[in-house]
Design a protein around this ligand. Structure first.
Ligand code: GLN
Ligand code: ZN
Length: 804
């Protein structure tokens, strides 16, 4: 209320002599920035380790951007503003936060005297330093990409604190390419941000909307001065349920996008020298607002009402807008996200072309310009690998159904060029996914034969009695989450084995030696439920993908997970089955070394789907059931081999939760059911554990209950036990292990600190169902801190046991 009212300058309706640069017929929302050979990762890690200097880092990242532009121009994005500049040194949300000066006060020193953040300051925010934790990291919408959470308070000095967006535009311009600068938009930035720690009760970052928009306005003016005809503001937050009324949403859009779009756009874009336009009041590039990751439904009329120059829609997840929703289109151009940017499947182009035609018809009926409809991707291509070119080992029939980033750019270009006959679904441009492995009769028959009670175990009371009898665990049992530190020798043995330098017998010996060490250590530490340590696993999903039918793994299919971290998701293309036991020999060997129970270790169906590229020719639920049945067989084999406890990890359960509440129930139903199908074959005496790795789990608490696992371990140490407070002991009767050691940092927790956490948990949920364990697996930790921390954990548990 006391905030200044935004200027209300009307959008100057352009006349017939309007020479503004139109959006080209084809574009994309964004492109991978890691480089086909992970050049970005390599350059940054070398810089952080001090092996190269700043000049060399700049040289390499500049070369990477140049190569990306050349590639995209070559693929047909050769018009001005066709290429979005989505390079980032670490994360696009951090880029936006730094651009507007959203620097938490603990990092005030990264703002040099000039008020500008340089690359070193930027990396400090992203990675922290010896004294200060970095910005928190969390998942970007329903993807496996992680962004840094901006922190904003009432006193944050919002100002233009980075000129990177302008510099990158100029760099490309000087190389002869007019790009489209991209920034996360003001609403998404503020709604993803959290209030700074010392902010007063009731403050939310959105309270700073007008101040943030002022900085965006200044940036836009500077971009116009630099000659940018277009700028892209990403507002994926519009694809989520914001909890705002229609009026509140319209008001937020008016105050942000509406205000930015209120001045006249620059005429004819690029020609003028930078200095002359600087300071021209109101001069701005044309604005494209993108809305990836889902449909925006009724936010569209409000967005059109802002007078923005172009709106992008995700039409792979969202429906075509209706003529009524388009009623206010006026001169706003539409960007049709018809090529799915987050899967690796080729687009059914005739279908996409038919939808593009249908959209043009609706735009025409709504009084808009059907020629001003651009073909595009649904989301940034940052979620898919660079190019199929190098995947030479793939089966040609499978390969013909795939499209990575470059192939998707080509799809957009051919859609835009009209070289696909709409609706010709049997024609040469359509995708036939029918080759050996896609459909497996035996798998389908088995799924069809599953009865309604396929996911039911004996009642918990009966299981508990049988497990007490079988396992003889002490009160407050201690355990770990599965993996132990992956030492250089372990990694080397795996690599040598993969490359053929180490034969099967030598490899087995190396892994057994590692299991010997890990079991001996756990016995010496006095843990109650042991693990074999997962030394044989490169990755908790890829390991299973490599051993199941229906998957292929790529050679170079890297995608960015966060910062310099990349993952190489497997491709689940066909019906899933388990040709032979996967983990049994390792678990059995570990069990042969000890009298303590060894916990078998599997990855759950939802996590296997979430961290792979999954076929989209059948519902995810059906694919999940197939994976679940393969895991069910594995559990049966583990039981037969004498393993009495099996953990089925589902760290990604929350990640796949749909962004729209209306779709969440259906998701939770099938995801929970798939876990139950996987575990329901276990006898009452077999103790089933699960592990979830996130602390904000309120939305999924019913689902966690529904998994019906005998023991659930959850991340909790960083949130100081808040998870425990969220659990209603009257409802959640089964075992629970709130993590009491934050394994995400090398810090060793003191015994007293663990005692406190355990006491707190004990008071809340009682000793009978409480377990003591770390937050997550230990594979990224070193042995020194692992040993010390586990020793403290065991000591603390013994102390608390005495007290109860
Ligand atoms: N069992 C896995 C491990 O210990 C679990 C990892 C995870 O939750 N992400 O590494
Ligand atoms: Zn975890």
């Amino acid at each position: 209320p006391n905030a200044p009212q935004p200027p209300t300058t009307a959008f100057a309706a352009p006349g017939p002599d309007d020479h503004r640069t139109p959006l080209p017929a084809a574009t994309i929302v964004g492109y991978p920035r890691i480089g086909p050979d992970r050049e970005l990762k390599k350059a940054e890690e070398a810089y952080w380790a001090g092996r190269i200097d700043r000049a060399e880092l700049d040289r390499r990242t500049t070369a990477l951007r140049a190569a990306t532009r050349d590639r995209l121009v070559g693929l047909g994005l050769d018009q001005p503003a066709a290429i979005p500049e989505t390079f980032s040194l670490y994360d696009q949300v951090l880029d936006a936060a730094v651009t507007v000066g959203a620097i938490p006060s603990r990092f005030a020193d990264v703002l040099a005297e000039t008020g500008i953040v340089d690359a070193d300051g930027y990396f400090t925010l992203a990675r922290g330093d010896a004294e200060r934790p970095p910005l928190e990291m969390t998942k970007w919408f329903d993807t496996n990409y992680h962004y840094l959470v901006p922190e904003i308070g009432p006193g944050t000095d919002l100002h233009l604190a980075s000129t990177q967006v302008i510099d990158l535009f100029t760099e490309a311009r000087e190389a002869g390419v007019t790009t489209r600068p991209v920034l996360v938009g003001p609403l998404t930035l503020l709604l993803l941000a959290k209030a700074e720690d010392d902010a007063p009760e009731g403050f939310t970052p959105l309270d700073r909307l007008d101040d943030v928009v002022t900085v965006y306005a200044e940036l836009l003016q500077r971009l116009a001065a630099a000659g940018a005809p277009w700028v892209q503001l990403d507002e994926p937050i519009l694809a989520t349920d914001l909890g705002l009324t229609a009026d509140e949403l319209a008001e937020a859009l008016r105050r942000s996008i509406g205000r930015l779009a209120s001045g006249p756009a620059t005429q004819s874009g690029p020609a003028e020298p930078a200095a002359s336009a600087l300071g021209t009041p109101g001069a701005r590039p044309q604005i494209l607002v993108t809305t990836p990751y889902g449909g925006i439904g009724d936010a569209l009329p409000a967005l059109l009402a802002t007078g923005v120059d172009a709106v992008h829609l995700d039409l792979t997840r969202g429906d075509l807008p209706t003529t009524e929703q388009l009623a206010g289109i006026g001169r706003t151009a539409l960007v049709a996200g018809l090529v799915e940017g987050r899967t690796v499947w080729r687009t059914e182009l005739p279908t996409a072309a038919a939808r593009l035609d249908a959209l043009r018809d609706r735009v025409r009926s709504a009084g808009g310009d059907p020629a001003a409809v651009t073909a595009a991707t649904s989301v940034s291509l940052q979620h898919v690998p660079h190019s199929l070119d190098r995947e030479t080992a793939l089966d040609p029939a499978l390969r013909a159904t795939l499209a990575f980033a470059d192939e998707k750019v080509a799809e957009v270009v051919s859609l835009a060029g009209g070289d696909v006959a709409p609706g010709d679904v049997d024609g040469p441009r359509s995708v036939v996914r029918d080759f050996p492995g896609v459909r497996d009769r035996a798998v389908r028959d088995r799924v069809a034969a599953l009865g309604a009670d396929a996911g039911r175990r004996a009642p918990f009371a009966e299981r508990q009695a049988a497990q007490d009898e079988a396992l003889h665990l002490p009160l407050l049992p201690t355990t770990t989450i599965g993996s132990f530190p992956q030492t250089a020798e372990v990694r080397r043995a795996r690599a040598d084995h993969r490359a053929g330098r180490l034969d099967e017998a030598g490899y087995r010996e190396a892994m057994r030696a590692e299991i010997d060490r890990v079991i001996a250590l756990q016995e010496e530490l006095g843990l109650d439920v042991l693990v074999h340590g997962e030394a044989e696993r490169n990755d908790m999903v890829q390991y299973f993908a490599e051993h199941l039918d229906g998957f292929v793994v790529t050679e170079h299919g890297w995608v960015q997970s966060y910062g310099s971290r990349c993952t190489r998701p497997s491709i689940l293309f066909g019906d899933v089955s388990r040709p032979e036991a996967i983990t049994v020999a390792w678990s059995q060997y570990a069990q042969s070394l000890t009298d303590k129970p060894v916990k078998g270790m599997l990855t759950g169906p939802v996590t296997i789907l979430a961290w792979s590229f999954v076929r989209d020719d059948q519902p995810l639920a059906d694919t999940a059931t197939q994976v679940a049945l393969a895991l069910r067989d594995e559990i049966a084999d583990l039981e037969a081999a004498g393993i009495g406890i099996v953990q089925v990890d589902e760290p990604a359960l929350r990640e796949l939760l749909p962004l729209r509440r209306a779709e969440q129930d259906a998701y939770l139903r099938w995801s929970v059911e798939s876990f139950r199908v996987a575990t329901a074959g276990a006898t009452a005496a077999t103790q089933i554990h699960t592990h979830l790795c996130y602390s904000e789990f309120n939305e999924v608490i019913d689902a966690i209950d529904g998994l019906d696992a005998d023991v659930t371990s959850i991340e909790s140490a960083r949130s100081r036990g808040e998870v425990v407070d969220a659990i209603d002991p009257a409802r959640f009767e089964r075992g629970i292990g709130p993590g009491v050691w934050d394994i995400h940092s090398p810090r060793v927790p003191g015994t007293e600190e663990i005692v406190e956490l355990l006491r707190h948990a004990e008071q809340r949920i009682g000793a009978r169902r409480l377990w003591a364990n770390p937050d997550c697996g230990l594979k990224t930790r070193g042995y020194a801190e692992t040993e010390a921390s586990l020793r403290h954990l065991v000591d603390a548990t013994r102390q608390v046991r005495e007290e109860v």
